[in-house]
Every structure is written in structure tokens, then in C-alpha cells.
Design a protein around this ligand. Structure first.
Ligand SMILES: NC(=O)C1=CN([C@@H]2O[C@H](COP(=O)(O)OP(=O)(O)OC[C@H]3O[C@@H](n4cnc5c(N)ncnc54)[C@H](OP(=O)(O)O)[C@@H]3O)[C@@H](O)[C@H]2O)[C@@H](O)CC1
Ligand SMILES: Nc1ncnc2c1ncn2[C@@H]1O[C@H](COP(=O)(O)OP(=O)(O)O)[C@@H](O)[C@H]1O
Ligand SMILES: [K+]
Length: 479
């Protein structure tokens, strides 16, 4: 499991660790890891031109100490100071100068950046707020124009460390070297996009961090442990039956796609109710199609309601009234009565994309995209339900707090009509086989993202291709 902690938690863990170590030891660990990553990126250090962008805090101190290490290995190092030398990290600046590095004032930074092989962004780290300040913006512009590789120290300067929001200008890095633990901004878009690839340097912080992180990202082994597997005593009912109440005369394809995901999600049987039974059977004859409403359809262990449902609110109401886990997607989100969702005692999983989440929250879509973490949490609390917010990083938030799951296995090729229907069927099937809403949602997002990669493999793929690739993703996770 990859985890990220809030700034407040990182700070208190750092304080606890620092109390037991000699002064400056943590920063030396950070700088050593940073310098090693820079050297690796440069290939050869001797004779290369390195430019440090140095803010007034410890983030600048890290950059200066790392710069000193690179200077000792023969790099030409220029430190662009955003603050006066008196306000710059004193120990770091002295070390850089002693190693032969050259400090220059901020207004001479752009020229240095233009000639650099490597830029190290130490403007601001976890102490930053609200995008880059005006005096740092010309440097960020110069970095974007330059050919140099860009390494961010701890975080790309200008992003909001704790939320992943970007409220103004921020530096775009090729690599971010972060210390002790990931910060939420490194896992959640839009900030994640600014970070490039991320390398975590161990500075000994882990034992001081609490058991419960702010964010969790499942890895292969975590997903493998959660995947349902039939045992010798299994039969199709014990494996779980998932009910799909989806599709309409106008959108029969949504039903077919939800069923295609559900058939690959581990449930022993898929039951379908709705007006698209013929289309479903033509494609998937193994589906148990019922011509009655959800209430009379026979036993299911979990329902999926809403994909392509049009304006038929009755199925949504019927499904919400049943005491089994329910996943609500697409049109179902608009049709579901919030009080009825809140009143449920069995788990409910809502799976909106940013536009649907915005409509439920009564804000603009852009606001949800800018503040994904806060939006998912807010929606989970308003509905008293688990929320899976889809997008380039998919988030799964439980009501009442706790770590939010984040998934980044996906690819932009998944942004194709109907791929969300496949996800809802897949997640519903996992719910029926007994996973919690939070596990079902995050495991489904993980497999769906991998399946999208397999299906696309560098070229466009349709939603049905994504569904067909789920077994490959499943095997990959178990291998
Ligand atoms: N603690 C530890 O054990 C370890 C910490 N480590 C490192 O310390 C970093 C945290 O250091 P920190 O606390 O000094 O804050 P930091 O991120 O440098 O920024 C504060 C300065 O930035 C300025 N500033 C603020 N906003 C701004 C903006 N939008 N745009 C531009 N400038 C802005 C603000 O200036 P001021 O308001 O004073 O003018 C303030 O002085 C952490 O990320 C990690 O790299 C590692 O060495 C490992 C051990
Ligand atoms: N840029 C992206 N990167 C990764 N995954 C994405 C991206 N854009 C969309 N997705 C994923 O594709 C799926 C699209 O679902 P949705 O928007 O509901 O589509 P539809 O309603 O057409 O089925 C979601 O699983 C979402 O997370
Ligand atoms: K930084």
C-alpha cells in the first residue's frame, strides 16, 4: 500500500524524529537522497550546469545542501536566491559556497535557468500556500521555456500539499524527490500531474507516522489479497449474484456494458432487470434476465442501478428500498432521493464523474476537478454513502472520514463512452461477492484502469474492449 499523510501529520512526525537526532541530520538525509536522484538523472555530474531555485525555507535548504554535494562532484552549481542571503537557509548557503557553488539574486535567475542542464526546484515545499508568489512566477516561466530536466524538492512548488489543488502558478517537474512519506498532492490531480515521476527518500520518518494515513493507494499485492476466489465448496449463489437495473429503450448499450463488467467481477451470476433484456441476452446469453422489477427479480447480493436508465425513477426507488449493497451510477445519481440514500443501513456506493458530482453538490464541474479530494469527502458526508469519484485519479471516500483510496492505474484512453458502465458492473459484482463498498470501488477502479491500459495499448479502444481485458488485468494482479 502506498500512503500519503497530511502536512500537519508530517510536521509532527518530523518533530518527534528530530528530537532524537543531532541538529540538521534529517535535512542531510533528505539532501543526500535528492543529490543522488539528481546525479542519476544527469548521468554524468562533472561539468554539468545545475541551477537551484532557492526559497526562504527548509525546502531551499534541502536544495542548497544537495547542490553542495553536486558541486563537490564537479558540477557548476548556481543558486538563485528568492530571498535575501540573510533570509536564506544559512547552513545550506554556507555549504554551497564552500563547495564552490555560486549564489545569485532572483532577478538573474531566468538567464541561469536558460543555460542549465538541470533545475532543482527548492522554492517552497510543505510550507507553501496558494500558488507561487509573484516574484517566483518569472522563474517558473523560465523553467517551462528551458530545455533542462526539472527536479522538484519534496513537492513541485506552488501546489497545495495537503489537497492536490493548484490555485495559481506552479512549477512543472520531470521528477519529484519527496521525503519521509508521500504528500496528498503527489497522488491527487491536478497537482500530481505537475510532479512528474515521484521518488520517495527514506529519512526514517515511518515509525513516527500514525497507523491511519490521509490517502491510500492500493498496489498489486493489496488488490490480490482482496480479489474474491471460488473455493471447493463454492456454487454460483455462494459466489454472489449481482443485479443490474440499467439501460432504457434509448440506451440499451449501457445495460450490455454494465453486464459485461459484472460478468468479469467475480460474482457467480448476473441478473438483469430492465427494458434492454433482448440486447443483453443477444450479447451475453449467460445473463439471468427478468421481466419484472427489481423487487420481484429474485435474490441478489448487490444491485447496480442507473447506467443508461434515462428518467425512470421507479427502479432506483425499488433498489434503494432493498437491504443489500447498492451501487448508484450515471442517471441513477440524478434520480436517487438523498434522504432515501441516507436512510439505508446496507452499504451504498455512488460512482459519479466530475460533472455528476458537481450537479449533486450544486457547484461547477471545474470546482470538482480543481478540488477532487474535498469534493469526494463532501459528497460522501452529504449522502452518508461511499463515493467513488471518477477521473484521471479516481478517489474512493467513505462517509465520516478515514483514509481516502486513490487509484492511478488508469489511462486517458478510458475516457470513452460507456467505460463508466463497465466500471459500475465490475464494482457491483465485487460488492455482490462480499467486498465492502470501499474495497469493491477501489479494487474495481484498479482493475478497470489496468484493463484500459491493456485494451488501448497505445491506440484507441472501445468500452467493450475494456471489459474484455478485465480478465487479463485480474491475472496480472494475481501473477
Ligand atoms: N522539517 C523537517 O524535518 C524536514 C523538512 N524538510 C524540508 O523542509 C520543507 C519545509 O520547510 P519549511 O517549513 O521551512 O517550509 P518551506 O516549504 O520551505 O516554505 C516556507 C517558505 O516559503 C515561502 N512561501 C510560502 N508560500 C509561498 C509561495 N506560495 N510562493 C513562494 N514562496 C512561498 C515562505 O516565505 P515567507 O512567508 O517567510 O516570506 C516560507 O519561508 C519540506 O518541504 C522539506 O523540503 C526536509 O529537509 C526533511 C526534514
Ligand atoms: N484522463 C483519464 N485518465 C484515466 N482514467 C480516466 C480518464 N478520464 C476518464 N477516465 C475513466 O474512464 C471512466 C469514464 O467513466 P464515465 O465518465 O462514467 O464514462 P461513461 O459515462 O461514458 O461510461 C471512469 O472510470 C474514469 O475514471
Ligand atoms: K519544491
Amino acid at each position: 500500500m502506498r500512503t500519503a499523510y497530511s502536512v500537519q501529520t508530517v510536521r509532527s512526525a518530523e518533530r518527534a524524529l528530530m528530537a532524537r537526532l543531532p541538529e540538521g541530520a534529517l535535512m542531510q538525509r533528505a539532501a543526500a537522497g535528492l543529490a543522488a536522484a539528481c546525479a542519476e538523472l544527469l548521468g554524468r555530474v562533472y561539468g554539468r550546469r545545475v541551477v537551484l531555485l532557492v526559497g526562504s525555507g527548509d525546502n531551499g535548504g534541502d536544495a542548497l545542501y544537495a547542490g553542495a554535494r553536486l558541486a563537490r562532484r564537479g558540477a557548476g552549481v548556481t543558486a538563485v536566491l528568492l530571498a535575501s542571503p540573510e533570509k536564506t537557509h544559512a547552513g545550506g548557503l554556507a555549504a554551497l559556497v564552500a563547495a564552490g557553488g555560486r549564489p545569485v539574486a532572483g532577478d538573474r535567475g531566468a538567464d541561469a535557468v536558460a543555460r542549465a542542464d538541470l533545475v532543482v526546484d527548492g522554492i517552497v515545499g510543505i510550507g507553501g500556500r496558494g500558488g507561487l508568489r509573484a516574484d517566483a512566477v518569472p522563474l517558473a516561466d523560465a523553467v517551462e521555456r528551458a530545455r533542462a530536466a526539472v527536479v522538484a524538492v519534496d513537492l513541485p512548488s506552488g501546489v497545495e500539499a495537503g489537497s492536490g489543488e493548484v490555485r495559481g502558478r506552479a512549477v512543472r517537474a520531470d521528477l519529484t524527490v519527496t521525503f519521509g512519506t508521500h504528500k496528498p498532492a503527489l497522488l491527487v490531480d491536478p497537482a500530481r500531474e505537475y510532479a512528474g515521476s515521484v521518488r520517495l527518500v527514506d529519512i526514517g520518518l515511518r515509525p513516527k507516522l500514525p497507523a491511519e494515513p490521509e490517502l491510500e493507494a492500493l498496489q498489486h499485492t493489496d488488490v490480490a489479497a482482496l480479489l474474491p476466489r471460488p473455493g471447493a465448496a463454492s456454487d454460483k449463489y455462494r459466489r454472489g449474484v449481482v443485479g443490474i437495473a440499467a439501460g432504457s429503450a434509448r440506451y440499451p448499450g449501457a445495460a450490455v456494458l454494465a453486464v459485461s463488467g459484472a460478468l468479469r467481477g467475480g460474482a457467480g451470476a448476473v441478473r438483469y432487470v430492465g427494458p434492454a433484456g433482448d440486447a443483453v441476452l443477444a450479447r451475453f446469453p449467460e445473463t439471468l434476465v427478468s421481466d419484472r422489477g427489481p423487487k420481484e427479480a429474485g435474490r441478489v447480493q448487490a444491485w447496480v442501478v442507473g447506467p443508461g436508465a434515462g428518467d425512470d425513477a421507479s427502479a432506483v426507488g425499488e433498489v434503494l428500498g432493498q437491504d443489500v449493497p447498492v451501487l448508484i451510477d450515471a442517471d441513477g445519481l440524478r434520480l436517487a432521493d438523498r434522504a432515501a440514500v441516507r436512510a439505508r443501513t446496507a452499504p451504498t456506493l455512488l460512482t459519479p464523474h466530475a460533472g455528476e458530482a458537481a450537479a449533486l453538490l450544486g457547484v461547477a464541474r471545474e470546482e470538482v476537478e480543481a478540488a477532487r479530494l474535498a469534493s469526494a469527502r463532501e459528497l460522501a458526508d452529504r449522502y452518508g454513502a461511499t463515493v467513488l469519484l471518477k477521473g484521471s485519479t479516481t478517489l474512493v471516500a467513505d462517509p465520516g472520514g478515514g483514509p481516502v483510496r486513490v487509484n492511478a492505474t488508469g489511462t486517458g484512453w478510458l475516457a470513452t463512452a460507456g467505460s463508466g458502465d463497465v466500471l459500475s458492473g465490475l464494482a457491483g459484482s465485487l460488492l455482490a461477492s462480499g467486498l465492502t463498498a470501499r474495497d469493491a470501488g477501489s479494487v474495481a477502479a484498479y482493475l478497470h484502469g489496468l484493463a484500459g491500459r491493456y485494451a488501448a495499448d497505445g491506440a484507441p479502444a472501445g468500452a467493450h474492449d475494456v471489459a474484455a481485458a478485465i480478465p487479463d488485468a485480474w491475472r496480472d494482479v494475481l501473477s
